[in-house]
Design a protein around this ligand. Structure first.
Ligand code: 1CP
Length: 369
């Protein structure tokens, strides 16, 4: 995509709460910022109501609905950031694959990639502006409608995670079909991962141009790889994405956009992730906060990592879990979040209690510093 193809929207409302961005850059804040993965989700009755009438990917293609779903959690809770409502699987769609959201089953590819010959079915050149323009429109609209309350996060799936869906054809516990490619077709795997990387770089860049103030890259299926496979098939592409997006945003004068990498269950790669050009490493709950700090040498900001299921706990217990998490991470260069997304059966009241606990504990810790 040429620079001239990017419409740079202007006149966005002034940002009133920059706590999340400051923490991402490791700067001092008045409190620890907090947001939740899947904060726009089925645990909210208003989300279920808005989603009920429309098919999932049709919803993703409506900037107005995406904007409404993104703003819903902010009306209830004082989150310090919003994440645009969309899905990681819009990228395989843009590359020419069909993806349906089957109620009760999840995302489904009727014709997944079976062997390397199937790579021919993918578009060789993806017109990101044309295929994913609806995401950029949703971001620009939401950036206006959010009225500068909090920053807006854009996102993409990482190449390996998207590759697993394209080969498995949907969710999988073993990812064995996709992993088979790594062992039997390493060259074709790299070709696919490279092709995905090229699209993701343009996709993220266009999200920034449209108004995204931070970016998160979801490597949700890091956990099925081991350190060796991660180093060969995931890490190089994650690094390449951050480096190329940063180079290009610099050219556009938009290099104040921090990037977060979230490699779920990728604790074995924490040291590598800390040196992969991202400002923030997102953590799942399987890592102890103190050891994560030690292993990353205080060089980068961390995000996470409460077990989402702790939201089932009584509020007093939840409060003490949050307190321990803050003690472990410290208040500087830290963004509170869950270790993965909220589940549909979670009580919105407990989500509110989580947000309040992060704010009150961190204010107290910062006052007594
Ligand atoms: O009808 C519905 O509402 C279905 C549930 C749902 C939602 C709310 C899906 C289907 N996607 C989303 C939105 C979504 N997905 C967001 C934006 C909202 C927010 O976070 O507040 C984001 C960031 C995602 C990203 C996403 N989609 C990831 C990465 C994060 C993660 O969970 O690890 C993944 C893996 C997906 C694929 C996907 N989309 C939906 C489901 C149920 C799944 C998982 C499928 C599986 O592997 O079983």
């Amino acid at each position: 995509m040429d620079k001239d193809d990017l419409i740079l929207p202007k006149d966005f409302p002034e940002l009133k709460n920059d706590t999340f961005l400051r923490a991402a850059w490791g700067e001092e804040t008045q409190h620890v910022p907090v947001w939740c993965m899947r904060q726009a989700g089925r645990y909210l009755p208003e989300f279920r109501e808005t989603r009920a009438a429309t098919d999932f990917f049709r919803t993703c293609r409506s900037p107005e609905l995406c904007c409404e779903l993104t703003l819903q959690p902010l009306r209830r809770f004082p989150f310090d950031a919003a994440i645009i409502f969309s899905d990681i699987l819009v990228v395989p769609q843009a590359m020419g694959m069909e993806v349906q959201m089957v109620p009760g089953k999840g995302p489904t590819f009727p014709e997944p990639l079976k062997d390397p010959d199937d790579l021919q079915r993918l578009r060789s050149k993806v017109d990101v502006a044309a295929e994913l323009g609806y995401v950029f429109k949703a971001i620009t609209l939401t950036r206006h409608k959010i009225e500068g309350k909090v920053p807006l996060i854009g996102f993409s799936g990482a190449p390996w995670t998207l590759m697993t869906y394209m080969i498995e054809g949907g969710g999988s516990t073993t990812q064995s079909k996709a992993k088979r490619w790594l062992y039997c077709h390493p060259e074709a795997s790299h070709r696919l991962l490279k092709q995905l990387t090229d699209v993701i770089v343009e996709y993220l860049l266009a999200q920034v141009a449209a108004g995204a103030q931070a970016l998160q890259v979801f490597e949700s299926h890091a956990g099925c790889l081991g350190p060796r496979e991660f180093r060969e098939f995931a890490l190089p592409y994650l690094r390449d994405i951050a480096r190329r997006v940063k180079d290009k945003t610099k050219d556009l004068g938009l290099d104040n956009v921090p990037m977060i990498v979230f490699a779920k269950d990728g604790h074995y790669a924490l040291e590598d992730l800390a040196e992969s050009h991202y400002e923030v490493v997102g953590l799942d709950w399987t890592i102890d906060p103190r050891s994560a700090r030690e292993r990353t040498g205080g060089k980068i900001s961390l995000q996470g990592n409460m077990d989402p299921c702790a939201l089932y706990a009584p509020k007093e217990q939840l409060d003490s879990i949050v307190g321990q998490m803050l003690d472990g991470f410290g208040t500087r260069g830290y963004i509170a979040n869950l270790g993965h997304g909220l589940y549909p059966d979670m009580d919105p009241e407990h989500v509110g209690a989580f947000v309040d606990a992060v704010h009150s504990h961190s204010r107290r810790l910062l006052r007594t510093k």
